[in-house]
Design a protein around this ligand. Structure first.
Ligand SMILES: [Zn+2]
Length: 218
């Protein structure tokens, strides 16, 4: 085998790479070929010197790189605002739910309403109003339920508001009891807002994906 093949193997050994021949064969050649043995020593010395040489100075770019980074990731501010609004909506709904329950519970338990009505009618009204409070509290705890609660809440409100206004006009209801229904309206507005925001959140990624696909196809 010519010497240059062994020198390639020496080189490979210095770099920690496969020799391409049995190590025994290389060592045998180094033992018998003075030229290759000298070459091996020199190569080893050169390699060691290169490895021990100090690394060339590199400018410290840490400051420049950090300064070039955006203060916050794109969309982070919008996401933080959205979380803040979501939390505000849930807290408001929690307050409305608690207030609604506070009005409905005594009526349900004692059967004593603000107006004279048969006891069972009062119980029934109390149950309805407490169920509305439970719906508000459930959506405050789990906002994903907002859309599911809307069919009941919206229809109840759509029916109750006009009859309450009519009763107010005809003097069939005290203003304070009619005002209590504003809690219902407030809660329904909050639940509707939550449902709308959930819907736009779900649609966001889908719209983005479809736009990306259109760009790829175009
Ligand atoms: Zn040789």
């Amino acid at each position: 085998m010519p010497c240059h093949v062994f020198r390639e193997a020496i080189s490979a050994r210095l770099d920690g790479e496969p020799l391409g021949m049995p190590a025994r064969e290389l060592d045998d050649h180094l033992g018998s070929c003075a030229a290759c043995a000298t070459w091996s020593d020199q190569a080893e010395r050169t390699t060691r010197r290169a490895r021990l040489a100090p690394a060339p100075p590199v400018p410290d770019l840490t400051g420049a790189v950090l300064a070039a980074l955006p203060r916050e990731l794109p969309g982070a501010a919008a996401a933080a605002r959205r979380r803040l609004v979501d939390t505000g909506l849930r807290l408001a709904l929690l307050a409305v739910g608690v207030a609604q329950a506070g009005i409905a519970w005594p009526v349900l338990v004692t059967g004593a309403g603000a107006m004279s009505a048969p006891t069972h009618m009062t119980h029934e009204t109390g149950a309805w109003n407490l169920a509305v409070a439970a719906a508000f509290l459930a959506v405050a705890a789990a906002p994903r339920l907002a859309a599911g609660a809307l069919p009941f809440l919206l229809s109840f409100t759509a029916l109750l508001v006009p009859v309450t206004l009519a009763d107010l006009g005809a003097g069939h209801v005290h203003a304070d009891r009619a005002l209590a229904h504003l809690l219902l309206v407030a809660g329904v507005v909050l639940v509707s807002t939550g449902a709308f925001r959930n819907r736009s959140r779900r649609r966001g990624p889908r719209v983005l994906l479809s736009r990306m696909r259109q760009q790829v196809v175009a």
